[in-house]
Structure formats: structure tokens, C-alpha cells
Design a protein around this ligand. Structure first.
Ligand SMILES: Cc1cc2nc3c(=O)[nH]c(=O)nc-3n(C[C@H](O)[C@H](O)[C@H](O)COP(=O)(O)OP(=O)(O)OC[C@H]3O[C@@H](n4cnc5c(N)ncnc54)[C@H](O)[C@@H]3O)c2cc1C
Ligand code: FES
Length: 307
């Protein structure tokens, strides 16, 4: 793999730096991180398939990548939603929430990302149970999908509850239908499925006598905590995926520190998946709001607003 960096002076104060990453394949030179597909999923969520053959070759469900849109860009962690080892592509699904995801959203098919590092983190520990229930909240349904797909391939019977604010925010319905035996929905406004929370559906399924060996919940911290509040007293094993602020993604900065079972863990190298019974969710929620003021900052340099 080779990186080329080009630097142009825009004026006496501003430089433009362009980094291009290539691999040599026989006599051919191929540029990496091309966006081979881009699709809008709803008004806030988009899907991208990126040519990243080294990541595609090794990644497993539960792992993530860190990308930078341009050479001076922020590093943003995103879960690997799918991969095609033959084509060398990795699929990501992201919600446009702030500065960097907005920059990412400006990129189109045929354009390139500056870098795309991965696979990072531990693969999810998927066990060959009889029956598993997945619970995905909002864009959390995206990281849940590869785990349920893999469980289905392992011969596990899989059900799923997908939650969102309204019908528009229910994502990947067709993909889940392909891998799940039963699919349930919960929306805050009742536009699809049960009017209420994913935990209302979970309580109903348990009341009806459904037995699950494990629940995998991925979504906002408050949702994962609420799921654990239901499953822990019933001793239904529950896996959750944590997404604290990550900077290097390799265990060096300590930014992604979480407390699990009374021990300090780094979500980027020890996770991001953990035993939900052991996670200190209150601490996670406190730490996630540390940088709220900075995130709300309006960038005066190029006029891109955060809100
Ligand atoms: C392991 C992991 C996997 C993730 N997978 C996905 C995914 O598949 N799809 C998706 O839409 N989002 C995912 N995220 C969250 C995603 O990284 C943030 O939405 C993104 O970094 C926001 O950047 P921004 O500049 O657009 O927004 P900002 O305005 O900077 O931040 C908006 C919110 O995003 C979160 N965030 C910001 N910077 C980071 C960071 N460096 N690390 C973690 N969170 C951050 C914070 O909660 C913040 O409040 C994941 C995060 C982690 C840690
Ligand atoms: S992101 Fe730096 S230690 Fe995990």
C-alpha cells in the first residue's frame, strides 16, 4: 500500500493537503476507498459501499472502521454493516448528525474517502443458541443486522424488534425479513407496529411465553439500559454494543473508557460489545455528553453548521 500526499498553497495562510492511497496489484495500480455505491435510507440515514479490500477480507460482525473524509478531517468510527470479500467492499450506514457525517454525506458515488481503517474492535461473540432476539433502536438497527445475519447462517432461530421515532426511521426492514423468523416494530407515534418503546414489545413477547437464550440490543444507551432492566431480573443473557467517543480506536487515548463489571475497559479494543448486565450505563451516559458544547460549535471556517 502506498500513500501520496500533495500540498498546494491556497494563499499565504491556507494550504490544501490531498492524500491518495493506492495498492499495487500485479502491474495494476488501484486507488483505495472509492465509494462504489451510495443510497439514501431516510431523510437522516445513508448507506455507502466502499472499496476497502484489506478490511473486507478480514472483518467480522461487531467490528467497526474509522474513516476520515479528507486529510484534515476528524476520525469517525462507524460499524461494519456488511462486507463482500470477493468484491473487496465494506458497507457502512450512518446517520447525518453533525459536522463530519455531514461532510461524508456530501461525497458521491465514484468519489474517494481519504482513509478507512479497520477492522477495529473485537468480533461479536456469537453463540450457537436455539433462539435469539435482536433489538435495534434507530440507526442501531444497522450494527445489529450483521450479527443476526451471522446467527442465522449458524442455524440459530432469530427474531427481531426494530424501533424508531416513526415509520420513516425504521431501517433495513427487507434485510431483517430475510434473516429473521419473526419481525416486530415499535414506533413512538404508532405509525408502524406497537405505539411505544421496543421494551413494550419485549415485555409482550415474554408475557406470551417466548423463550430466548440471548437478547442482543443495539441502539441509544437509554434504550439498551431499559432492555437490561427487563432482561436482568429474568436472567436472559443480554449483549449490548457501546459507542463512546473514540479517537484513535486502538486503545491508546483512553477516550472510550467504560466500566464493565467494576473494571475499566476500552470499548475500542475490548468491545464494542459487552455483557449488558455488567455495563455501568449511568457513567456511559455522563461521559457521552462531555463534548456537547464543542459539538454544537458552528464552524466559521467553511460555514458548515452543526445544526
Ligand atoms: C464503535 C462505534 C460504532 C459506531 N457506529 C455507527 C454507525 O454504524 N452508524 C452511525 O450513524 N453512527 C455510528 N457511530 C457514531 C458515529 O461515530 C458518530 O455519529 C459520528 O462520529 C458523529 O460525528 P459528527 O461530526 O457528524 O457529529 P458531532 O456533532 O461531532 O457529534 C454528534 C454525536 O456523535 C457522537 N460522536 C461524535 N464524535 C464521535 C467519536 N469520535 N466517536 C464516537 N462517537 C462520536 C456523540 O454522541 C455526539 O453527541 C459509532 C460510534 C462508535 C464509537
Ligand atoms: S478510542 Fe482511544 S482508547 Fe479507545
Amino acid at each position: 500500500m502506498q500513500n501520496y500526499r500533495f500540498k498546494f498553497a491556497l494563499n499565504n495562510q491556507l494550504d490544501v493537503v490531498l492524500q491518495i492511497t493506492y495498492i499495487k496489484y500485479g502491474n495494476e495500480v488501484i486507488r483505495l476507498y472509492k465509494i462504489v455505491k451510495k443510497k439514501s435510507i431516510n431523510s437522516q440515514v445513508e448507506l455507502m459501499e466502499v472499496y476497502a479490500p484489506f478490511t473486507a477480507r478480514k472483518c467480522e460482525p461487531g467490528q467497526f472502521i474509522i474513516l476520515r473524509v479528507n486529510d484534515e478531517g476528524e476520525r469517525i468510527p462507524l460499524t461494519i454493516v456488511d462486507y463482500d470479500r470477493k468484491e473487496g467492499t465494506v458497507t457502512i450506514i450512518y446517520q447525518v448528525v453533525g459536522y463530519s457525517t455531514r461532510l461524508l454525506s456530501k461525497k458521491n458515488e465514484g468519489e474517494y474517502l481519504n482513509d478507512f481503517v479497520g477492522p477495529l474492535g473485537q468480533p461479536a461473540k456469537l453463540e450457537k443458541h436455539k433462539r435469539v432476539l435482536g433489538i435495534g433502536g434507530g440507526v442501531g438497527a444497522a450494527p445489529l443486522y450483521p450479527q443476526l445475519k451471522k446467527l442465522k447462517e449458524m442455524g440459530v432461530s432469530v427474531d427481531v424488534i426494530i424501533g424508531g421515532r416513526s415509520e420513516e426511521y425504521i431501517i433495513l426492514e427487507d434485510e431483517f425479513k430475510e434473516v429473521c423468523d419473526n419481525i416486530y416494530f415499535a414506533t413512538n407515534d404508532g405509525t408502524k407496529g406497537t405505539k411505544g418503546f421496543v421494551t413494550d414489545v419485549l415485555n409482550e413477547l415474554i408475557k406470551e411465553g417466548n423463550n430466548y437464550d440471548e437478547v442482543i440490543a443495539i441502539g441509544p444507551l437509554i434504550m439498551m439500559k431499559a432492555v437490561v432492566d427487563v432482561t436482568k431480573p429474568l436472567n436472559i443473557k443480554t449483549g449490548v454494543s457501546l459507542n463512546p467517543i473514540m479517537i484513535d480506536g486502538t486503545g491508546m487515548c483512553g477516550g472510550c473508557r467504560v466500566t464493565v463489571g467494576g473494571e475499566t475497559k476500552f470499548a475500542c479494543v475490548d468491545g464494542p460489545d459487552f455483557d449488558g448486565f455488567l455495563v455501568d450505563f449511568d457513567e456511559c451516559m455522563r461521559r457521552q455528553s462531555y463534548y456537547k458544547a464543542e459539538e454544537e460549535h458552528v464552524c466559521k471556517l467553511d460555514g458548515i453548521k452543526n445544526n
